[in-house]
Every structure is written in C-alpha cells, then in structure tokens.
Ligand binder design. Structure first.
Ligand SMILES: Nc1ncnc2c1ncn2[C@@H]1O[C@H](COP(=O)(O)OP(=O)(O)OP(=O)(O)O)[C@@H](O)[C@H]1O
Ligand code: SF4
Ligand SMILES: [Mg+2]
Length: 329
C-alpha cells in the first residue's frame, strides 16, 4: 500500500511495500517487512527508531548494496524519478550509485580509505560518472570541498584522512556523497560520533547544501533532537515496519501511534520539570519470529484484543499523516 502523495510537489523517490530479509542458518530475519514511503524534491525525510529496527537495511536496500548472499530484497518497488531500481541490471545500478543516489555510511572511518588522499577519494566518483579528467577533476573536487565548507580546499585535498579532525572527516564523507550532485542522498547517523557543537554545525551545513542543490535527503537517526532540527517529515520505524509517518511538528506535538508517543516521551527536554526519563518497557520482537498481530502489542499500554491477532492496516489522518494502529480506526 503506498502512502498519500502530495500533488504539489515533485516526488523524487517512491518506495512501495519493500521487503528485505536475511536468510541465515537460524532462519529468515525480516529486517524490512513491507515498508512504503516517499521523498519529495528538496525534502528531508527522517527515519527514526530503536537500534536494530531496520533503518540501515532500508538505506542499503535503496542502493541495492546488501551484504550478499544472506541479504535479499524479496519484493517491492523503489522508484527513483520514474525508474524502478529493482528492475535495473547490476551494471545500470552501478551507474545510478554515486550519480543519482548516494549514501553516507554510519561509520565515516570505514568509508574513507586511509591510503588515498581526500582529493583522490572525492575524485573517484567524478571520474567514474562524469568522465572528467585533468584540471576539471581538481576544480570539481575543490568545489565539492567548498560546498561542505571545508577551509583551504586547495591544500586539504592533498591530505590523508588521518590528518583531519573527526568533524572534518565527516564533511569529507559528505563531500564524496555530494560530489556528483545526486538527486537523493541517504545519510545514515552521520552525526553520531560528533560532539554537540560540531553536530550542530554539520546539520546547518547540510541544510545549506540542500538549499543550494535542492537534493532530497533521507536522514537516518535515533536522535530526536537531530530530527527536530533537520527533517521536514518523519517515518517512525519499529521491528522492520514504518508505524507512523507525519510532518515533524506533528510527530513532536501530536504523535498518534503509541510507539511514537513513547519515543517522544523518552526524549530529554529542558522545558520539562520532571527530569526522570520515560523508558519503554520490554524489547522489540525478534525479526526471526514476528508476532502475528501488531508488532508493538507486547509493549503497548493501549493494546486491545484485536491487536494480538490482526496486524493493523494503514489509516490516513489528513495530508501526509499515516498510522498503523487499531486505536485510530
Ligand atoms: N548481515 C546480516 N545478517 C543477518 N541479519 C542482519 C544483518 N544485518 C542486519 N541484520 C538484521 O537486520 C536488522 C536491522 O538492522 P539495521 O542495521 O538496519 O538496524 P538499524 O535500525 O540501522 O540499527 P542501528 O540503530 O543500531 O544502526 C537487525 O536487527 C538484524 O537482525
Ligand atoms: S495496534 Fe494495538 S497494540 Fe498496536 S500500537 Fe495500536 S493499540 Fe497498541
Ligand atoms: Mg543502522
């Protein structure tokens, strides 16, 4: 089932009923279990949820970069600017990566090669996708570094990753992701390893880059303060499924799904007098053995009988707000 489309905006990405599993000796882990969402041009969609809920696997599925042979996309559609990426050959998909769709991985150190200069690593996708050579490559590398506000780019491009600070390395990873001016950028927890000040700078930078390039961004995080600063809309993910999608201010001020409410309640807030933090009881279910009804049922304070037996369908509450919960039917 696909969610509400906003007809005024140009939809860049439409994901429909995506299923991705890991097939192991223990059985099938349903890491992404029927996920649908869209991203508009120039929009940032946040994907939030507890550790292990399938955020990274969703991102890797969009790039078709799952660890093989265990990881496999079983069903669904991933439509980028009208093209279903799941129908492309491996060669066609390689051309898409970096050029139309790119991903900043969760750990910046693993995405930078210590043996190559920063300039060389930014140049790689430019040579591959834009067939640039010689001085043109260097010009584009410098402009990618400039876009990410990296000071003295002419010197920096000759540095190796270990010569840069953590915050600077993160910007370089951002510059690699942005170098070919993609339509869609997936940023997977890019600020987790950064301290609060650098994190705020990085977020401001991302917003600035988006204003200049109109890139669509999927911002994966478990940090609600980052969501608040960065995202136009939010998809709340739980045990392989998106349970609520809404505009950011709705998610914060008027969360509808009991899981979203619980997540919001567990975020520390300066304006709350009571400083004891709410924590959600219990643990997410095993993706190897998902419950038959609502997957949040074992932890839900509002559960009813029907919740145990039947999975709730999607309910749309106005524009761009959808919820999977029997409580709103
Ligand atoms: N290589 C793998 N083999 C088997 N199962 C895997 C593999 N990678 C991921 N999974 C399964 O997919 C689930 C989702 O993992 P994913 O990395 O997407 O979580 P996440 O939401 O990004 O968590 P985090 O916030 O910790 O990064 C995991 O709970 C795990 O069960
Ligand atoms: S469907 Fe039922 S168990 Fe699931 S979140 Fe809604 S009320 Fe809770
Ligand atoms: Mg992850």
């Amino acid at each position: 089932m696909s969610e509400n489309k906003n007809n005024d905006k140009n939809i860049v990405l439409q994901v429909e009923d995506l299923h991705t599993s890991f097939f192991t000796r223990k059985g099938e882990y349903k890491a992404v279990d029927g996920v649908s969402f869209h991203v508009d041009e120039g929009e940032t969609l946040g994907i939030v949820g507890e550790s292990g809920c399938g955020k990274t696997v969703t991102g890797l599925s969009l790039l078709r970069l799952l660890p093989e042979p265990a990881g496999r996309i079983k069903a669904g559609k991933i439509i980028l600017d009208g093209t279903n990426l799941l129908e492309l050959s491996k060669k066609e998909m390689r051309k898409m990566r970096g050029k139309e769709i790119s991903m900043i991985l969760q750990d910046p150190m693993t995405s930078l090669n210590p043996l190559y200069t920063v300039g060389n690593q930014i140049a790689e996708p430019l040579r591959q996708h834009q067939q640039l050579v010689g001085d043109r490559v260097e010009e584009e590398v410098i402009s990618a570094l400039r876009l990410l506000n990296i000071p003295a780019p002419e010197q920096r491009l000759r540095d190796y990753p270990h010569q840069l600070s953590g915050g600077m390395r993160q910007r370089v990873v951002g510059a690699i992701g942005m170098s070919c001016n993609p339509r869609l950028l997936i940023a997977d927890e890019p600020t987790t390893a950064l301290d609060a000040t650098i994190q705020a700078q990085y977020i401001a930078l991302f917003k600035d880059v988006q204003k200049k390039t109109n890139v669509s961004i999927i911002y994966i995080t478990h940090d609600f303060s980052v969501v608040y600063q960065m995202c136009h809309r939010v998809a709340v993910m739980y045990a392989g499924k998106i349970l609520e999608t809404a505009r950011t201010e709705v998610i914060f001020n008027n969360p509808t799904h009991p899981y979203t409410s619980a997540l919001i309640k567990s975020v520390p807030r300066l304006d709350r007098k009571d400083d004891r933090l709410y924590s959600i009881k219990g643990h997410p279910p095993s993706l190897l053995n998902l419950p038959s009804g609502c997957r949040f049922y074992p932890r839900c304070p509002e559960a009813k009988n029907i919740c145990r037996d039947k999975e709730p369908p999607e309910t749309k509450i106005g524009d761009n707000h959808s919820v999977y919960c029997w409580g709103v039917n």
